[in-house]
Design a protein around this ligand. Structure first.
Ligand SMILES: [Zn+2]
Ligand SMILES: [Zn+2]
Length: 651
């Protein structure tokens, strides 16, 4: 019998019979490991314990301690167990596919009757029964004709269609969870008993077209979430509850920030309160960019397709662009324009005006750039995913030698902005050269090293994603963590060796010859719309005082105090505060409740006692106690609190 040599993570090598399974390898190390094993890693590939190993390899055995692999297997096995439970309860239901997704899985079923919430409860119960049976997972490789005949006989037309779509030479793997069988690439756990029976929940049912094609049959998709243990599941469900309470669409209504409507899908109608927050954030960003040496510009919304053809967007990005056709005077044909989906080509047009020398570099051109991109209606979500948005965009034109310093300066600015806005934790990912790319290896070496060295100056815990850079250059992605632990990718920094060539950007070097500048695309917030959605949810609507749309409401307790209310409002406005009067003939408790729902941070209640003493009674959002202060003193203190975090006075 032929022997193969397996190398373990500690460097030890052992010989095994060719075709040994990973389960047998685990058993040869220790019976306890064989029992705890969930899968293996063979030459970097996630490997089922039952698969044979045919050649010399590196091997590691995974257990539930290996988080990423454990969660992937748990969720994948849950998908199979759920499908088995559904067919046990309703044998006529046809099965299709069931992949792992973030935090869980889904499975699409063909069933005439809709699944009800009661049905989900029954499926969960059946799943627990299957887990309790500790049914072994089995796998076999079948040839195609056998697999097709099998599914034709079982009347599973979707599976037949799936198999027919798989290229001819690929082996078909079958898996069994107990007697229940599914077509699947694997890997899977050893038996259903390895699933945590108390760490999953079926969440919802939604319609989904077969193969995502709306001309095909509509199926029912059941979503589930699954974790390693009950505590992790509970933490996830608590986070979801908290997220629902903070939903920016709900808070947007309660705080009268914005609305959206059918006639402009994915576009935002900002109301006075929302636009106030938007403008305060934009003013803040403008000051930060100005201090960091950026020059602000503004470029057109509607640009002829000729420029998009030159930039390459017409070919690569056409289906996401809004097209504007115009009958020009005297022209035989319509002129075809596009609403800009990004600002970069227009910024090169500004750069290209007039001869540039090395002394002009780095040139940092910033624009609060209004962009439009066609997103499918299903992918849109409140402010988080829209069709019309404004980027805090900028492009830095520089020499290859300047990339590192520009990158370091950018990371400094980004960290400071995030901290000012309440986000102290963020992750950095560096994506390096993909196989298909433009630019020489020398310039890629230089740019990747520049980005990495800039990152290292601020931290040593960053992730490298090899091969995931854009075809035109390496990039950094910045993902921040919000108050309830959710991650949002906001900032980006991308080197580009391509667009300056395509659009003919040049500078005259010290040597008197013409050179190509490098173009750095960068954004800190990403888009104002989405970032405001994140801010609203992060703060559950209780925005920092300097960003609050209405900072102070002065409410009368009795109508005889109305004149004084207006005097107080005027004093607050003179001090630069956003203040409003509420002299409606309502009880003060009613007014306080209403403004609390609207998340007004400070309410000044004014009655005859305050009029007589020229004081105000201060009530802060979320607090029940009030404090009394003299008018001038209160105004000065509130004006101090309203100073933006960059320390500069408001306009
Ligand atoms: Zn599977
Ligand atoms: Zn750009």
């Amino acid at each position: 019998m032929t022997q193969i040599s397996l190398t373990f993570p500690d460097g030890n090598k052992r010989d095994y019979a060719k075709g040994v399974t990973a389960a047998e390898v685990a058993q040869s190390i220790a019976p306890s490991l064989a029992k705890a094993a969930i899968s293996a890693c063979v030459d970097g590939r996630h490997w089922d314990l039952q698969w044979p190993i045919e050649a010399d390899s590196q091997i590691a055995i995974y257990t539930m301690k290996d988080d990423a692999q454990a969660l992937e297997l748990i969720r994948h096995d849950f998908a199979h167990v759920m499908a088995r439970a559904v067919q046990k309860l309703w044998p006529e239901v046809k099965v299709t596919i069931g992949p792992v997704v973030e935090n869980g899985w889904y499975y699409d079923f063909d069933r005439e009757e809709p699944f009800t919430p009661e049905d989900l409860g029954a499926i969960e119960k059946e799943m627990r029964a299957i887990i309790a049976e500790r049914d072994p997972v089995k796998t076999e490789v079948w040839d195609r004709s056998r697999a097709i005949a099998h599914y034709v006989a079982k009347n599973e037309p979707f599976k037949v269609e799936l198999i027919e779509a798989i290229p001819g030479d690929e082996p078909l793997r079958m898996y069994w969870h107990g007697h229940w069988q599914d077509l699947c690439r694997g890997p899977h756990l050893q038996h259903t008993g390895q699933l945590p029976a108390d760490a999953f929940k079926l969440m919802s049912v939604a319609g989904a077209y077969w193969r995502g094609d709306h001309t095909k049959k509509q199926l029912q998709r059941i979503y589930g979430v699954g974790f390693k243990n009950r505590d992790d599941l509970k933490a996830h469900l608590t986070m979801l509850e908290e997220a629902a309470k903070r939903d920016h669409r709900k808070l947007g209504r309660e705080m009268e920030l914005f609305h959206m409507q059918e006639e402009a899908p994915g576009m935002v109608f900002w109301h006075p309160n929302g636009w106030t927050v938007y403008s305060a954030l934009q003013d803040y960003m403008r000051r930060r960019l100005d201090r960091a040496g950026y020059k602000e510009i503004k470029t057109p919304q509607v640009v002829d397709r000729v420029l998009w053809e030159r930039s390459g967007h017409w070919e690569a990005y056409r289906e996401n662009m809004f097209i504007v056709e115009v009958d020009e005077e005297g022209a035989k044909e319509k002129r075809i324009n596009a609403l800009k989906p990004m600002n970069c080509p227009c910024h090169v047009q500004v750069y290209n005006q007039g001869l540039k020398s090395y002394r002009d570099l780095p040139l940092r051109l910033a624009e609060f750039g209004s962009c439009h991109r066609y997103e499918s209606s299903g992918s849109m979500h409140g402010l988080m995913r829209v069709r019309g948005f404004v980027q805090d965009d900028a492009h830095i034109f520089c020499t290859e030698d300047q990339i590192e310093a520009e990158c370091a300066g950018f990371i400094d600015l980004l960290s400071s902005v995030y901290a000012d806005l309440g986000f102290t934790k963020f992750d950095i990912k560096l994506s390096t050269r993909p196989e298909v790319r433009v630019g020489s290896d020398e310039i890629w070496d230089k740019a990747e090293a520049a980005l990495e060295s800039a990152v290292r100056k601020v931290r040593n815990d960053y992730v490298i994603d090899p091969g995931e850079g854009a075809f035109y250059g390496p990039k950094l992605d910045f993902k921040l963590t919000d108050a309830i632990g959710r991650e949002w990718q906001c900032g980006t920094f991308q080197a580009d060796f391509n667009l300056p060539v395509r659009l003919g950007a040049e500078y005259v070097g010290e040597d008197g010859a013409k050179h190509r500048p490098v173009m750095l695309h960068r954004a800190i917030l990403g888009s104002f719309e989405r970032f405001l959605g994140i801010l609203i949810e992060n703060y559950a609507g209780k925005l920092p005082f300097w960003l609050a749309p209405r900072q102070v409401v002065v409410a009368s307790i009795v109508s005889d105090a109305d004149d004084y209310v207006h005097e107080v409002v005027a004093a607050l406005r003179d001090a630069g505060l956003r203040a409003e009067a509420d002299t409606r003939n309502e009880k003060i408790n009613y007014k306080v409740r209403e403004h609390s729902v609207g998340k007004v941070p400070v309410i000044l209640a004014v009655g005859m006692k305050e009029v007589a003493e020229r004081t105000v009674s201060i009530r802060r959002l979320g607090e029940t106690r009030t404090e009394t202060a003299g008018l001038a003193e209160a105004v000065a203190a509130l004006a101090g609190d309203a100073t933006p975090p960059d320390g500069l006075a408001r306009k």
